[in-house]
Design a protein around this ligand. Structure first.
Ligand SMILES: NC(=O)c1ccc[n+]([C@@H]2O[C@H](COP(=O)([O-])OP(=O)(O)OC[C@H]3O[C@@H](n4cnc5c(N)ncnc54)[C@H](O)[C@@H]3O)[C@@H](O)[C@H]2O)c1
Length: 324
């Protein structure tokens, strides 16, 4: 019989509640919850309550912790749990500073626990189909567009949003990370980038960028156009050239040339439409990995790739530079 795991969540805002809902749908009990705002704990009457993360790790001794806090807290919270051999499923981004990547990878290497990161679009059936379809094919060119709206009210909804110190960036590290991750997952890790980021829409209310053009170079060349300054959320589009075919991914439809294929799934859509259905699929796979001993595919190394790309975009300032 499988041992019942003690599951904890830290950060009970928008996405912490998505994780809680996914766990509930999968019949998993939440053993402990932590949020610095004590009112947010009240929605979890059957769990142990904490307002301090370290106290929760020490006293509740969970087997798994879901990290759903603001970006700047991910690295220290991931490292602290891994040092205690507690499995970690962290929300994206893995971290917001280059030096944190090395610290997290070192902690993961010496931990008995697994680290997984929520880059859930890798679990969308349409993306999984294309990833497999591309195996063995030469796929040298592609692009992705993400045109979304994030209002001033969105940026005002959390004190950490819209600031370099706590969010680590804007459109790229928060929203377009997913599209950039899928492009590199399908086409390969780029070696260089020339990027331009700017704040064209939100003005002084938001420190970070709300627009980006990123032109990646290497064995495959691909471009990402992203904005959170649009008037509405439009579907993300990815187009790839694979040998003599053009492949287009639009939501759950994949077009190969003129042929359209639908990849609808029964997985529940939790939270906003733009999160997709990937969270519950990814969370189920993470637990399957822990229970079976299989290595979770989106580990620290894998999640660090898109962070290296994003940090290089911020550094580029229009010049082509290496991705380190
Ligand atoms: N994968 C996705 O598609 C997706 C979607 C949305 C959000 N996210 C990510 O989830 C994370 C959280 O985003 P959100 O929108 O839920 O933010 P949020 O502001 O709604 O929630 C953050 C929560 O963390 C709590 N918190 C802050 N500091 C804390 C601390 N020191 N200890 C304990 N709790 C603390 C806050 O009180 C708040 O309840 C971010 O990394 C974000 O990028 C991912």
């Amino acid at each position: 019989m499988k041992k019942e795991m003690k599951i904890a969540i830290v950060g009970l805002g928008v996405i912490g509640n998505v994780h809680a809902e996914a766990l509930a749908l999968q019949g998993k009990d939440i053993y402990a919850v932590c949020d610095m705002d004590p009112d947010r704990l009240l929605a979890f009457p059957n769990a142990l309550h904490f307002t301090d993360y370290e106290t929760m790790l020490r006293e509740a001794k969970p087997d798994v912790v879901h990290i759903c806090t603001p970006h700047y807290l991910h690295a220290p919270m991931i490292i602290s749990a891994l040092e205690k051999d507690i499995h970690v499923l962290s929300e994206k981004p893995l971290c917001i500073r280059r030096e944190d990547i090395d610290h997290i990878l070192a902690a993961a290497a010496s931990s008995k626990a697994q680290l997984g990161v929520c880059q859930q679009n890798r679990y969308l059936p349409s993306n999984l189909f294309v990833k497999k379809y591309l195996e063995g094919k030469r796929c040298p060119v592609g692009y992705g567009t993400m045109v979304w709206e994030r209002s001033d009210a969105y940026y005002a909804s959390g004190p950490w949003r819209g600031k370099w110190e706590t969010e680590g960036g804007g459109t790229l590290i928060n929203q377009a990370l997913h599209t950039m991750d899928i492009l590199q997952w399908m086409l390969g890790m780029p070696k260089t980038v020339a990027a331009s980021v700017s704040n064209l829409h939100h003005g002084p209310a938001v420190e970070v960028e709300d627009n980006a053009i990123c032109m990646f170079g290497g064995d495959a060349q691909f471009t990402l156009l992203a904005t959170t300054g649009a008037g509405a959320d439009y579907p993300v589009e990815i187009i790839l050239n694979a040998e003599d075919e053009v492949i287009r991914i639009l939501n759950d439809t994949v077009y190969i040339g003129e042929k359209a294929m639908s990849f609808k799934s029964d997985a529940p859509l939790l939270g906003k439409n733009c999160y997709g259905i990937g969270h519950s699929l990814l969370i189920a796979d993470f637990y399957d990995c822990i229970q079976s001993g299989r290595h979770f595919p989106i580990d620290g190394e894998e999640a660090a790739k898109v962070i290296r790309m994003i940090l290089a975009c911020y550094k580029s300032k229009g010049k082509r530079i290496p991705i380190e």
